[in-house]
Design a protein around this ligand. Structure first.
Ligand SMILES: Cc1ncc(COP(=O)(O)O)c(C=O)c1O
Length: 368
């Protein structure tokens, strides 16, 4: 057990090199394009960082610009709600558990459709995140305990009250909507494909994505086939909340809890258990799992915000910068040689990373 806690990198024994890609559903990006305020988020080239890491390219998809909500999560929440309504279900109340971003995205999508939203959040959530969700008109229920406790509480109360759960995490008996949420994230890859092709850029041969419950990673990894030949893939988690790495370290590859303390500033990635819908996809598609410390991520946030080598600045939050921090660790950490070999890292590597959130708005941090 002590060994498991210390493991920071695992070459995935369950990787299936023939794993099928899931085609993008064109209705998803058509829907998002029809939403007021839609604009593709920037795909930024970080050539200075690529030089520093000894690779050819770093393409960074900056999701902090998504619908003015600071993170990618609105894509999944809005598509899932749209799908429900397409199926003839217009709930009076939608609910979810959230560390912040999915709840904000759902509250925003619900408000646009005139639907009430209730968001269950851990009592360790920063006030600013609660304020942002209330700012979208949602009710916030503060739950003693962790994010995972909030997921349980949301399921129980919603069943009792007849509320429609619209969650990004799948669990026993609840899987259709989390799949729709993941399908909604397909717009990110659709945009990347268009942006690479418009600029005549070679596709990535390495995709690095951060994981919480894994809904984003499963969506990204299962769609990378649209970008070009199958890339190598890395999933990055916080050292103290590494449920995906822990699951890949089990004998049979079944979903397993993180053994970490779950104390991390990467709140969007701070989950004890993988999503039941995401884990089987991630298990097939991932070459390497690795974890990063809060210090590594904070260093990367600073580096992205004030780049030294002529790169454009990128404002990234803690969970947002985890993927890039993971890429840097993969390239530079003396202990990660096995990982570099597993993904065939060379000076020809073209890495795609995702800054999944911006820093929280300073004006809210000052709020009483
Ligand atoms: C900013 C940010 N990045 C990444 C993730 C990870 O997404 P998932 O939980 O689908 O793995 C989250 C989840 O909340 C997040 O808020």
């Amino acid at each position: 057990m002590i060994e498991r806690q210390k493991m920071r990198l695992l070459v995935n024994p369950f990787r299936d090199p023939e794993a099928e890609f899931i085609p993008l559903n064109p209705a998803v990006s058509a829907f998002h394009r029809s939403v007021d305020g839609y604009a593709p988020t920037p795909l930024v080239m970080l050539s200075g960082l690529a030089d520093e890491l000894g690779i050819a390219r770093v393409y960074l998809k900056d999701e902090s610009h998504r619908f003015g909500l600071g993170a990618f999560k609105s894509l999944g929440a809005s598509w899932a709600l749209h799908r429900l309504m397409e199926d003839g279900v217009t709930p009076q109340v939608v609910s979810t558990a959230s560390a912040g971003n999915h709840g904000r995205g759902l509250a925003w999508a619900a408000r646009r459709s005139g639907i009430k939203a209730v968001v269950f959040m851990s009592d360790s959530t920063a006030d600013v995140r609660i304020a942002l969700i209330r700012g979208e008109g949602a009710r916030v229920v503060v739950v003693p305990g962790s994010y995972d406790d909030a997921v349980e509480q949301c399921a129980a109360v919603s069943q009792r009250e007849g509320w429609q759960v619209v969650s990004d995490v799948g669990y026993d008996g609840y899987d259709v909507i989390p799949r729709w949420v993941g399908e909604g994230y397909g717009t990110i890859i659709d945009e990347v494909a268009a942006q690479l092709s418009e600029s005549n850029l070679a596709p990535p041969n390495l995709v690095v994505v951060q994981g919480g419950v894994g809904c984003l990673a499963s969506a990204v990894l299962s769609h990378t086939g649209v970008l070009g030949p199958r890339p190598c893939t890395v999933v990055v988690e916080p050292e103290e909340a590494d449920c995906l790495l822990s699951s890949a370290a089990t004998a049979d590859g079944s979903a397993a809890p993180s053994m970490g303390s779950q104390v991390t500033t990467m709140v969007g990635l701070n989950c004890r258990l993988p999503s039941t819908t995401a884990w089987p996809v991630i298990r097939q598609h991932t070459d390497v799992f690795l974890s990063v410390s809060d210090d590594e991520v904070h260093g990367m946030m600073d580096q992205l915000a004030t780049p030294q080598h002529g790169d454009p600045p990128v404002a990234s939050g803690s969970s947002g910068a985890a993927g890039v921090a993971g890429l840097a660790a993969l390239c530079l950490d003396p202990e990660f040689l096995l990982g570099r070999e597993a993904v065939g890292l060379t000076s020809e590597t073209r890495a795609l990373v995702f800054s999944t959130e911006g820093p929280i708005d300073a004006k809210f941090l000052d709020a009483p």
